[in-house]
Design a protein around this ligand. Structure first.
Ligand code: MIG
Length: 694
């Protein structure tokens, strides 16, 4: 059951797709004070609070403070409150179990047992918001219900599940060919190479620098014929430059955000001074979205949208304030106070929340200050891109993901989790964040594997990839001037080749589970507690995840580990892969186990009476054979096992579960065989471990 409560005059964020009538009764569960957002709830000692999508710290959010305020937070230390996304959904699991979604694009603070461990406080300045309360029988049904409310998640093309290579700094044609050569010469799979800001001419959106990319179209098609796609970045800010058509059209039609006086607002990002397209205005959205055609006409079919919180290096007003402060102390005897003051003045130039009070959106002729709509900006930019791409080719799926987001954007694109660092802590954060993102509708997602900031290390890269094997977006990305981390930069290229080929063996299962999760409003990554709700130990497990209906992953995420402890809520089949990706299987009983795993080993688990279909190895999705499978599984006192397998051409927009195949195997005369006729697929080998044998 979903109930809606309106307060003030909520802005139509279009976060939800169901048109519910507001409930006139008082808001249940919470104590509400005043007209500003101010909710209070007493928590039991063992209440677990899930949710908040892209946010810091644990899977259980209890004990800390979080802000929903899309922020360009370059260093994700444990003390930060906001990240790039604003996902105002909580799932409270205690004596009263329910979901709550606060649909409000302004900043919101979630004090989840931080000021007082037993209190939950949700507050904000806004007087206009909608609250949805979702109640169902169990945690997973609450999520399904919430996801029905917010609508079906974005589906990428199948190639979006391949292994992708990115780095800030690739800046000329020869570099892209070189990356492709290095991967292919070493037989390491590669699906795509990303084009970061350096491909543009002076960081101008929808341009390709002709001096560094003299034959761009040819390059795109050459690489494409080798199975590799290029994925360019698009930034939110549009360079102010006479003669640059995007700038001129934007000014002419009034498509940019305006300052107080009605002139296009000036801020600075990579190109220097820019204007921000007013993505709140549908006409501006349409205009900007159609610009993607400039690149799709060159053969591009994937994009990532960046800097759309929006990130600001400085505003004119901010510069003015900084310079006048510096001038004011120039002739003084600069002491401690001024010395710190100077540093602060410079630091406050970028991403200063004051700047969000300095520009305005046009909403049907009504001027609304940016701060009140802040969390919608990245959402509406990505919506513009999605609608634009759809209008370019309606029947085709494009790859699209964003940095900033709000619930609702999950219908238009995925997200990556921004500028993490090459720290072991961020591998763990990646693991914990995935199910939270899924709760909020963001299924197509992943972190910068190997870490974006700082220098990566060989062992971290390996452990991160071993987890990345399972994330829908599997992209290695790093910052300019950090240690290079393309997989050929390390010595054991043979291992990386094997490991990534295994990603392609898994890919049909991942894809099938992903699409089923989208269509059934379900999760792809699940915390153990969502499946084993009555197993109390499962409630505190945050470093193991269920992946679809058959698998559990238990990645190693600590330096120098010789293995790890794993908790099994029921008996499972342990499948351990060695450095050659050869496997050994063993049935393990419910309980705690220490699993030895040297650096080049990892483990996955198959649940009771489930199996996994593995495709043959491949180096990209073009050459991936999704019709021939090996089956590994675990049978506990049953002679029949089945799996609903979904597959399609991976590119057309129509995705329909009615084409799903039921793959059923059964045991006769102690041999497992496919029991139904499925002409579309071939099963080459069946390897089922039976509990009775154990
Ligand atoms: O201010 O385009 O998060 O992935 O490599 C940095 C350069 C801008 C931030 C993105 C990152 C990207 C980088 N960008």
């Amino acid at each position: 059951m979903i109930r809606r409560y309106d307060f003030g005059i909520p802005f139509p964020t279009e976060a939800v797709v169901l048109d519910l009538t507001p409930n006139p009764e008082p808001l249940p569960h919470f104590t509400k004070k005043g007209t500003k957002l101010n909710l209070f709830l007493k928590l039991e000692r063992d209440t677990v609070v899930y949710g908040l999508g892209e946010s810091n710290r644990g899977l259980n959010k209890r004990g800390y403070l979080y802000e929903s305020f899309c922020s360009d937070t370059s260093t994700h230390t444990p003390d930060i409150f906001s990240m790039y996304g604003a996902h105002n959904f909580l799932l409270i699991s205690g004596k009263n179990t329910f979901g709550v979604f606060i649909d409000c694009p302004e900043k919101i603070t979630f004090d989840i047992g931080y000021s007082d461990y037993d209190d939950l406080k949700i507050s904000g300045e806004s007087t206009d918001y909608t609250i949805y309360i979702i109640e169902e029988d169990n945690l997973r049904s609450i999520i399904r219900s919430f996801r029905t409310l917010i609508g079906e998640s974005y589906i990428p093309p199948k190639w979006g599940f391949g292994y992708q290579q990115s780095r800030w700094g690739y800046s000329k044609e020869s570099e892209f060919y070189d990356i492709a050569d290095q991967y292919q010469n070493l037989d390491i799979p590669l699906e795509s190479i990303y084009m970061d800001i350096d491909y543009m001419e002076a960081y101008k959106d929808f341009t390709v620098d002709p001096s560094r990319f003299p034959n761009f179209k040819t390059m795109v098609s050459d690489l494409r014929s080798r199975g590799i796609r290029l994925v360019p970045i698009i930034d939110a800010g549009v360079k102010i430059e006479e003669g640059y058509s995007v700038y001129e059209e934007g000014v002419e039609h009034g498509y940019f955000c305006e300052d107080e006086t009605g002139k296009p607002f000036v801020a600075a990002v990579w190109p220097g001074r820019v204007h921000f397209p007013d993505f709140i205005n549908p006409a501006a959205r349409k205009w900007f979205g159609e610009k993607y055609k400039i690149l799709t006409d060159c053969g591009i079919d994937g994009f990532w949208n960046d800097m759309n919180e929006p990130a600001i290096f400085y505003s004119e007003e901010g510069l003015e304030e900084t310079f006048s402060y510096l001038d004011s102390i120039r002739d003084t005897n600069i002491g401690i106070k001024e010395s710190f003051g100077m540093r602060e003045a410079i630091e406050n130039l970028s991403n200063n929340p004051k700047d969000y009070d300095r520009f305005y959106h046009n909403h049907n002729g009504e001027r609304i200050v940016h701060r009140k709509l802040h969390n919608l900006y990245g959402y509406m930019m990505t919506r513009a891109a999605s609608e634009g791409l759809h209008s370019i080719q309606e029947d085709k799926r494009f790859l699209l993901f964003s940095r900033a987001s709000y619930i609702g954007m999950h219908r238009y694109g995925g997200i990556w989790t921004g500028d993490n660092s090459s720290w072991w802590e961020h591998l763990l954060l990646n693991i914990k964040m995935m199910p939270s993102l899924n709760m909020c509708g963001f299924l197509y997602s992943g972190a910068d594997l190997g870490g974006f900031g700082c220098d990566t290390t060989y062992d971290l890269m390996i452990r991160w990839l071993q987890f990345g094997l399972f994330t829908p977006l599997m992209r290695n990305h790093s910052a300019i001037s950090t240690r290079e981390q393309e997989l050929y930069q390390f010595s054991s290229t043979g291992y990386f080749s094997k490991l990534l080929k295994f990603r392609y063996r898994l890919l049909p299962y991942l894809y099938s589970e992903f699409i089923k999760a989208v269509k059934c409003h379900d999760m792809f990554f699940l915390p153990l507690s969502f499946e084993y709700e009555h197993d109390s130990l499962s409630r505190s497990v945050e470093d193991q995840l269920l992946i679809g209906e058959s698998l559990m992953s238990a990645p190693v995420y600590t330096q120098n580990a010789a293995g790890r402890y794993v908790y099994l809520p029921e008996s499972m089949l342990m499948v351990k892969f060695d450095s050659r990706l050869e496997r050994t299987c063993e049935i393990l009983e419910k309980g705690h186990h220490f699993i030895e795993l040297s650096l080049e080993e990892f483990v996955l688990f198959i649940k009771r009476n489930k199996f996994l279909m593995l495709a043959p190895e491949a180096n990209n999705t073009d050459s991936l054979d999704c019709t021939s499978f090996e089956i590994i599984g675990y049978s506990d006192q049953t002679d029949v096992l089945s799996y609903d397998f979904y597959d399609d051409d991976g590119i057309s927009s129509k995705v329909d579960l009615s084409t799903m195949l039921q793959v059923q195997i059964s045991k006769k005369d102690s041999v497992w065989k496919l029991s139904n006729q499925i002409p579309q697929i071939k099963i080459t080998k069946i390897d089922i471990m039976e509990a009775s044998v154990y």
